[in-house]
Ligand binder design. Structure first.
Ligand code: URP
Ligand code: ZN
Ligand code: ZN
Ligand code: ZN
Length: 510
């Protein structure tokens, strides 16, 4: 099956609306259980011009207001995916989902905002930002940007400042892996952390030891292990644990908060747990694939199937998934992303003779909200309020856009989902909205179904149909100095003070 065919086929699932007047700008979501991270209650939610106006039992409205019945269902803030790669150009190819198809998929799965990673262009952060601004023009839902730092010099340092002060970026990702391409050494990591701290921007790390990964890959090739299983074998959990520990300690040394993206192993999670226990501000982001899958797929005899599970850090052995779930339920890890980075089977086939050439990445932007509900709430590990916190609120707080996002409160953006806990979902490449010809969750079923998605006050997903308006998605500026920076200056002052206690030494005569 060609991906082109699926692309056309998937068009039949949604209508594109060109006029914004075709929908009432007043909405009432009636009788549902409204869930916020702090509280839940049975109430109506009244929306006007894209903003929530009131949340109260029995709101009365006129005939011109569209009423959506939510009786017996959960009314929750739309998901915010903190980690996506739409239209990501990796040099030899680009991800198949762009800012339209990726967002269509997101909306069909109850996610109403995502934060994507801007890659610098020819070493320039500004050029990279402008490139992504163009890519995002077709957006049909709100989005924000992180910025990737791939090298260090005066110019990068200056451009980081500009990004924070003028472009609404408050987070920078450093790659400790992908040797020779994106990887930076400890010296640059320290420079970057210091700059982040001074700007009030959050430092993020892809934590794998890139030198060890390189060594592991050479070893696998020498042993003749060239298939997708070589991907897992070449970069085991210890390599992720080491880099996570190193990044955490360097962030502690600089006294700046740290966000560890795609936490995939017990090894990395335990480093985060240890640091948090000691009072350090460290955030850990597991992703849907790490919670829902295990590495056995990489040993599948069909290359096409095995290759679709290749991502970094790798999906781990069974046991890591359960441990990451438990860490989420106890607060050791704080939010769930996807790392949605979609390469189709033709693109993945580039590495048919050498796992090192398989483009890295799995899907998830459409599946995350359903999977987390099924895996975490239906199993009894967390409450609906916890679910809201892990999929939306905490992300909004970390990236400093709460309560505009991440809450159902008067004044918040009208990004709302209605989930029916008595219905069920089923995942398949035949019915998903991504342009991918595959899905790592193919055939998976679970409890709970997102029946309605409202984004910016528009009903964009209802009765299994999307109604999208390209260009209506807005860029959400994220201001620096989130709550993670509170008290940092006091800690710094105490430290500086402690240095000034004079050491009295006896004078020697020589
Ligand atoms: O395999 C992955 N994770 N691909 C996307 C890039 C990244 O490292 O996040
Ligand atoms: Zn399509
Ligand atoms: Zn990464
Ligand atoms: Zn990523």
């Amino acid at each position: 099956v060609t991906s082109q065919f699926l692309h056309i086929f998937s068009l039949t699932f949604f209508t594109v609306i060109t006029s914004s007047l075709s929908q009432s700008n007043q909405l009432l979501v009636k009788g549902g259980t409204v869930v916020n991270a702090h509280h839940q209650q049975i109430a109506d939610v009244y929306v006007e011009d894209g903003v929530i106006v009131s949340v109260n039992p029995n709101i009365k409205v006129g005939d011109d207001v569209t009423v959506i019945d939510a009786l017996g269902k959960y009314v929750m803030p739309g998901g915010i995916d903190p980690h996506t790669h739409l239209e990501f150009d990796v040099g030899f190819t680009a991800t198949v989902d762009d800012f339209f198809s990726g967002q269509a998929a997101a909306l069909a799965g109850g996610t109403t905002m995502h934060i994507d990673f801007v890659i610098p262009l020819n070493g320039s952060l500004i050029a990279g930002f402008e490139d992504y601004e163009k890519k995002a023009k077709k957006s049909c839902m709100d989005y924000g940007f992180h910025m990737v730092i791939t090298k260090w010099d005066e110019n990068v340092s200056r451009e980081m400042e500009l990004m924070v002060k003028e472009k609404g970026i408050n987070s920078f990702k450093f790659f400790m892996a992908y040797k020779g391409i994106l990887m930076i050494n400890d010296e640059l990591l320290l420079e970057g952390f210091k700059k982040c701290k001074s700007l009030g921007a959050l430092a993020m790390v892809h934590a794998e030891n890139g030198d060890a990964v390189y060594e592991g890959q050479e070893k696998m090739i020498e042993l003749g292990i060239t298939g997708p299983e070589g991907h897992a074998l070449s970069r085991p959990p210890v390599v992720e644990g080491e880099a996570t520990s190193r990044a955490i300690r360097l962030a502690d040394f600089v006294n700046t908060p740290l966000y560890v993206v795609h936490v995939m192993s017990i090894d990395a999670m335990e480093e985060i747990a240890k640091a948090r226990k000691s009072g350090q501000k460290v955030i850990g982001e597991p992703i849907a694939s790490g919670l829902a899958l295990d590495e056995s797929w990489l040993w599948h005899p069909d290359f096409d199937i095995a290759a679709k599970y290749v991502m970094s850090p790798p999906i781990r052995k069974r046991g890591h998934d359960r441990a990451l779930q438990a860490a989420l339920s106890t607060g050791v890890l704080q939010l769930v992303g996807t790392d949605h980075c979609a390469f189709n089977s033709t693109q993945k086939a580039r590495g048919i003779d050498d796992f090192r050439k398989i483009p890295n990445g799995v899907n998830g932007i459409e599946e995350r909200m359903h999977l987390v509900w099924d895996i975490m709430v239906e199993s009894g590990q967390i409450t609906p309020s916890d679910y809201v916190r892990l999929t939306s609120t905490e992300c909004a707080r970390i990236f400093n856009i709460y309560p505009k996002k991440g809450a159902i409160l008067p004044g918040s953006d009208a990004d709302i989902i209605i989930l029916n806990p008595n219905s069920s979902f089923e995942i398949s490449a035949k019915s998903h909205h991504s342009r991918l010809d595959t899905n790592v969750y193919e055939g998976r079923r679970g409890k709970g179904k997102i029946e309605v998605t409202i984004a910016g006050g528009r009903v964009v997903w209802e009765n299994d149909k999307l109604k999208l308006s390209p260009g209506t998605g807005r860029y959400i500026q994220m201001p620096p100095f989130s709550y993670l920076f509170d008290g940092l200056d006091k800690k710094d002052a105490i430290y500086l003070n402690s240095l000034q206690a004079p050491v009295k030494r006896a004078k020697t005569s020589s």
